[in-house]
Design a protein around this ligand. Structure first.
Ligand code: ADP
Ligand code: MG
Length: 820
């Protein structure tokens, strides 16, 4: 056993202990100061040339994080940008997709804060802004990986979950990775959030964050930040727009573009193709393509989230043969995160997505990027295809272009140094899914409506595209396109006019809570998925929301919850003011139903009918009932159904002379007064009724007593019978036990006696119930103690031992008492 030396009492306390600790602390601080000074010197002297991370003037902590994550050699952008950023310069970093820009800004963030001796108490030191939640999450993950040895606190501030947790944690965070909308919300609403000390502002996908979509939000955030800070901007398509950069008040920023001289703006390992596919053959081509690549990992980009939903839902039902996922901005945050996680982990499968995943996301080992619809511009193209061929890996990309889009869009791509070759789909592999889609649309109205929405969303988005040379709605074969989706005809598209694309983009990216979208002429809603911050939900007018409000507002329960909501909403203003209809309404089929309300006539007059023939009416006792559908008409041949709708009669009572009276008749005022004052009448009434109650009570008690007596007798009789039967069985059971092996086996022969199942009569049950009720009320002097109560008492009784048992006799007595 190890011995512990205890100092003798009164012996002088060892004086050296405390001073040693203080001295050690002092020494450590001194050493840290020296290390820091040395680091500063190395940074200042660094000549911007390094191949390995170990050569960089980094803190031990960052070096350890990088080592642990197996990062060894610097990429080009890292080699050029990190040293500059470490020296405190503002940097505009441009490098191809998948070339390691994330580390190029995360390493400086950690280093600068460390060198400024940043602690948890210093508050927010660095703000990293990303255009999408998924990208913010990814950056945060990388930050945690390489920053694990530092003592900073870091947080992720994105929309889609309760802001309270974030709010509480924000005060303690040193580094925040955020989406613009959510961050602005916190700046507006989080009391005491101090951003005055922010040392570094980083914009990943900077051109996207600085474009129209986020303009107002980002300007508002930047207005809160101190002017004397370091700013790092990174993107594969870096903006050099002076006006944009002026908004960030950069100080002699260094433009670092590592691939400017390269032949292509896209990664080396990326093979790029395009196919000319007429709009109405896109789905067939996509289907055939996926069928040919069942083992691959593929991302398919589409323009609108409703297209994504439609294609995902239908291809899923057509059992295409590879796992399908879909991701767009209208999904709940939890679903988005789960899809992103699953696709990242998947070996093969297809992700249908909108541009919400176009930028920055680093899904491992994606084989193919398919763009079913042309992207809005060449930059978006570069980002989309950049989801594959990342970090020196190989990858392939194919773009479907409508014949009218081919020439102008290929020109745009060439201008941006994107090498893309034309290929033709193999005729032999062609396969039409039109009839299958028709089948699905016919079978399931939800699919059909989803198809209609997809159609309209696509047309709208084409109509609001900025590049009118590429996107020409009038040249697209819309009827054929509708048919290719399985739709019976092309839905009407309202509100497609030359909308201002810039404005649309700005609106669609506005935080959802602002919902200025409702007043937009067109197109906004379909593309809203690209807005990311989403979290800003400004206080709604209606403050108290009940469970029922939520039930009514509940959406997204199925593929087309919205539409069904429209079907059942019986909004009288809908026809009165068609101009106020929101975008979703142009597809709404408002059915004329029948209603069992008394207000039948108004129902039929406030709803429009899609049928052109005049609806039939049935006379229902003076009221006309409109019947809009064949089904209803058939239903109305049933007398039972009709009876439900007919006005109900009123109940009458007849006096001795056979005259009918209403159930309650009011006495005239004169007659009432003649009977005396109200109080007198009340008293007289109470007196008479009181007498009657007394008489009735005596009778009730007598009956109750009688019943109980009978019941007791019956029970006794029953018990007696059972006892006798048991005795008789016990007598015969001993001899039967040996011979009756089988019967024993059958009946689970462990029981010597099994009571026959007792079938209680209804009356008995009722009595039993009555008895229970009786047990609860206070027992009267004439009532017996209910049996179960007696039983309860027996069970729960307390055996008291006078004193602690000492002798064996005492114990025996106690035990026999306990055994009862
Ligand atoms: P970008 O932002 O330029 O598109 P990322 O920062 O997302 O690229 O990096 C792409 C991939 O390259 C990531 O998987 C990352 O882990 C990897 N990577 C980045 N830098 C290095 C490096 N120095 N060595 C090895 N892998 C790296
Ligand atoms: Mg990136």
């Amino acid at each position: 056993m190890p011995s512990v030396r205890v100092p003798e009492k009164g012996a002088p306390a060892p004086k050296f202990k405390k001073p040693v600790k203080v001295k050690a602390k002092g020494l450590k601080r001194k050493r840290d100061e020296e290390e820091l000074a040395e680091l500063e010197r190395r940074v200042a002297e660094f000549d911007l040339q390094a191949t390995e991370f170990t050569e960089l003037p980094l803190t031990k902590q960052t070096a350890a994080g990088l080592h642990q994550a197996h990062f060894k050699t610097l990429t080009d952008i890292q080699r050029k940008a990190i040293p500059l950023a470490l020296k405190g310069r503002d940097v505009l970093g441009a490098a191809k997709t998948g070339s390691g820009k994330t580390l190029a800004f995360l390493i400086p963030v950690l280093e600068i804060l460390y060198r400024k001796k940043w602690t948890t108490l210093d508050g927010l030191g660095a703000l990293i802004i990303s255009p999408t939640r998924e990208l913010a999450t990814q950056i945060f993950t990388v930050l945690r990986t390489i920053g694990g040895h530092h003592a900073f606190s870091a947080g992720l501030v994105i929309g889609g979950k309760s802001g309270k947790e974030e709010r509480d944690a924000l005060h303690k965070m040193n580094i925040v990775v955020c989406t613009p909308g959510r961050m602005l919300q916190h700046l507006d609403q989080t009391f005491g959030l101090n951003v005055d000390n922010v040392q570094l502002l980083v914009l990943d996908e900077a051109d996207r964050i600085l474009d129209m979509g986020f303009r107002a939000t980002v300007d508002a955030i930047v207005a809160n930040l101190p002017k004397s800070r370091q700013t790092l901007l990174f993107s594969a398509t870096q903006t050099k727009n002076v006006a944009d950069l002026a908004r960030l008040s950069l100080k002699d920023a260094e433009y670092v573009a590592v691939h400017e001289a390269a032949d292509a703006a896209t990664p080396k390992g990326l093979e790029q193709f395009y196919m000319v596919v007429p709009l109405h053959e896109k789905l067939d081509t996509l289907f055939a393509f996926l069928r040919c690549h069942l083992a691959a990992k593929i991302i398919v980009f589409m323009t609108a989230c409703k297209q994504v939903r439609f294609v995902h839902e239908t291809f899923r039902q057509l059992h295409i043969g590879l796992p399908l996922l879909h991701l767009h901005g209208k999904q709940k945050q939890a679903a988005r995160a789960e899809v992103a996680r699953r696709f990242a982990a998947a070996k093969s499968g297809c992700l249908f997505a909108t541009d919400v995943v176009a930028r920055g996301l680093d899904f491992p080992a994606v084989d193919w990027v398919v763009q079913m619809d042309a992207p809005e511009d060449a930059d978006t193209y570069i980002h989309r295809v950049g989801r594959t061929a990342r970090f020196e890996r190989a990858g392939r990309a194919v773009l479907f272009l409508a014949p009218s889009e081919e020439a102008p869009f290929v020109e745009r791509l060439q201008a941006k140094r994107v090498p893309v070759a034309r290929v033709n789909p193999k005729a032999a592999k062609k396969q039409s899914v039109q009839s299958q889609l028709q089948g699905l649309c016919f079978k399931d109205p939800e699919i059909k409506y989803l198809g209609q929405k997809a159609f309209v969303s696509y047309c709208r988005s084409v109509s609001v595209q900025k590049d009118k040379e590429v996107f020409k709605l009038e040249e697209l074969p819309l009827e054929e396109y509708a048919a290719s989706l399985g739709l019976p005809g092309a839905p009407r598209i309202r509100g497609v006019r030359g909308a201002d694309a810039e404005k649309v983009k700005e609106m669609k990216n506005a935080p959802r809570g602002l919902k200025a979208l409702e007043n937009m002429p067109s197109g906004e809603e379909e593309e809203e998925e690209e807005e990311e911050e989403g979290g800003v939900r400004r206080a709604k007018k209606k403050e108290v929301r009940t469970k029922y409000d939520r039930m009514v507002e509940r959406q997204n329960q199925n593929v087309l919850a919205d539409h069904y909501k429209n079907l059942i909403v019986d909004d009288p203003t809908a026809t009165a003011a068609p101009d106020n209809e929101d975008d979703d309404d142009f597809l709404t089929v408002k059915r004329t139903g029948y209603s069992s309300d008394s207000d039948l006539s108004t129902t039929s007059s406030t709803t429009t009918t899609t049928t052109t023939t005049k609806p039939k009416t049935i006379d229902l006792g003076g009221k006309d009932l409109t019947i809009a559908s064949k089904r209803r008409e058939k239903l109305m041949t049933s007398r039972k159904e009709l009876a439900k709708l007919k006005p109900r009669g009123t109940k009458l009572v007849f006096d001795d002379d056979g005259n009918a009276h209403a159930l309650y008749e009011l006495q005239g005022l004169e007659a009432f007064r003649a009977d005396g004052s109200a109080e007198e009448q009340r008293r007289a009434f109470v007196a008479v009724e009181g007498e009657r109650v007394k008489v009735a009570d005596v009778e009730d008690r007598r009956v109750a007593k009688e019943k109980r007596r009978e019941r007791r007798e019956r029970r006794r009789r029953r018990e007696k019978e059972e006892e006798e039967r048991a005795r008789a069985r016990a007598g015969s059971g001993e001899s039967g036990g040996e011979s009756g092996g089988e019967s024993g086996g059958e009946g689970g022969g462990l029981l010597p006696y099994e009571a026959p199942p007792r079938v209680e009569s209804e009356e008995e049950e009722e009595e039993e119930e009555e008895e229970e009720r009786g047990a609860k009320r206070q027992r009267k002097w004439f009532e017996d103690e209910p049996e179960e109560e007696r039983g309860r008492k027996g069970r729960g009784r307390v055996i008291e031992a006078a004193e602690e048992p000492e002798t064996l006799e005492d114990l025996e007595a106690l035990a026999s008492g306990l055994l009862g």
